[in-house]
Design a protein around this ligand. Structure first.
Ligand code: ADP
Ligand code: MG
Length: 398
């Protein structure tokens, strides 16, 4: 499922109204009746032309065997709506290479109008669900069908809300820049995941820094829940001497934390389990990769608990609820992720990076291909006829 924006230029004002109407109708209907699309869009009988245009390029799909004539939004359609919003708000101007294909997300490099690079993360919850829990296939197929859109939106909203809170409190995370539907835009970190780093000059100090980060998160009321070598990017900066007269050049390694849809509160029923798992993940990786074994045991959750809220810090697990990601949303997302077998980067079937690839994932409709890596940068085509926009980036009226 590759993001492909090339059809955007061919959509006219009616097409956008129709696409938006299908999105709106999806809130209450798994399959949006054609008549309702005509009604919401205000196009009435005129809607059929746009419906076939959108269906032809896969932005909406007709559900066969439905008892009534109707359509549902596809991931492609939702992608277009998000991109269109970003383009109007001038958050994204062009789309570049895909740099990551997770199980539940696509990561792309994009740029703003000044050419500054950013990262677009597209959440795609549910796209691999049938592979992981095969026994519950039919149940999942049913449950998944109507929920992926809402749940992917929740995942993006959660990630954006937590990233914002962490960033505001001085945690080393990307800068959250924008959010729309199932996607977020954040700053590009010029660094590799720790998974790709063969050796470091001083494993003990990097290890200490990562453990410190886990403890500091707990102090602020949070557990990352997927704290591993894929979600820690290691930024390298050179500092100190030139390597000749004023001593050896020093490499400073700064870990940057990413990937927040599975964060939990320290008050979560399984908090201790998640905390220990985060700690052990780092331990195991440092032992295997850097042959580093810490002298001390722990840290243990009971010790971390004592520091919650210490020094008067804000509890972010509490403050995110006030800033838009409610407890109810958290519960809904968590139980959905549990149902479809999402467990962060830890899934043994995970297809990513330098690990074995996995070709057997199956889509809801069984028809879509595995994402490919785009290698050309292209500008998001202007959506002709969107009345809110005024002019496009070429100064043309649209
Ligand atoms: P997933 O939920 O699929 O694991 P992540 O947020 O962990 O998605 O991103 C997947 C990969 O994309 C990361 O391992 C990293 O290589 C890359 N990536 C994600 N966000 C950024 C960023 N802001 N800057 C640079 N690379 C990133
Ligand atoms: Mg990840």
């Amino acid at each position: 499922m590759k993001l492909d924006s090339k059809h955007m230029r061919y959509l006219n004002a009616d097409d956008w109204k129709t696409l938006t109407a299908v999105e709106t109708g999806s809130r209450n209907h798994e399959v949006v009746p054609t008549a309702l699309i005509g009604q919401i869009s205000g196009l009435r009988g005129q809607v059929h032309r746009s419906i076939s245009a959108l269906a032809k390029i896969g932005l909406i799909g007709r559900l066969k065997n439905a008892s009534y004539d109707g359509y549902r939004l596809t991931y492609g359609g939702l992608d277009y709506l998000a991109l269109n919003t970003y383009r109007k708000r001038k958050d994204v101007y062009s789309i570049g290479n895909q740099i990551g294909v997770g199980k539940e997300s696509d990561i792309l490099v994009v740029a703003d109008e000044q050419g500054f690079q950013r990262v677009l993360k597209i959440h795609r919850l549910g796209r691999i669900s049938f592979r992981t829990v095969k026994a519950n296939r039919d149940y999942l197929r049913k449950r998944n069908a109507g929920n992926w859109m809402y749940m992917s939106r929740l995942a993006a909203l959660k990630e954006f809300t937590f990233m914002t809170a962490l960033r505001e409190n001085g945690f080393p995370v990307p800068e959250p820049l924008a959010q729309s539907r199932h996607t977020i835009v954040m700053s590009l970190i010029n660094a590799f995941p720790m998974r790709q780093i063969a050796s470091v000059p001083n494993p003990a100090s990097l290890y200490a820094e990562l453990i410190q980060m886990i403890l500091r998160l707990a102090q602020y009321g949070l557990i990352h829940g997927d704290f591993n070598e894929f979600n820690i990017l290691i930024k390298e900066t050179k500092a100190g001497g030139t390597g000749t007269e004023d001593g050896p050049e020093k490499l400073i390694l700064t870990p940057i934390l990413i990937d927040f849809p599975q964060m939990v509160s320290v008050d979560h029923a399984n908090a201790e389990f998640y905390f220990d798992r985060d700690v052990n993940c780092i331990k195991r990786f440092f032992e295997r990769r850097f042959h580093f074994t810490p002298d001390e045991k722990g840290p243990h959750f009971k010790d971390a608990r004592k520091s919650i809220g210490k020094d008067g810090v804000q509890r972010l697990d509490v403050s995110v609820e006030a800033s838009g990601f409610s407890r109810k949303m958290a519960k809904e997302l968590e139980s959905y992720m549990e149902d479809i077998g999402v467990d962060g980067d830890r899934d043994p079937n995970a297809a990513r990076g330098d690990e074995e690839s996995d070709n057997d994932f199956e889509e809801e409709d069984g028809g879509e291909e595995e994402p490919e890596v785009a290698d050309e940068s292209y500008i998001i085509p202007s959506a002709s006829g969107d009345e809110e926009m005024g002019t496009d980036k070429f100064g043309n009226e649209v």
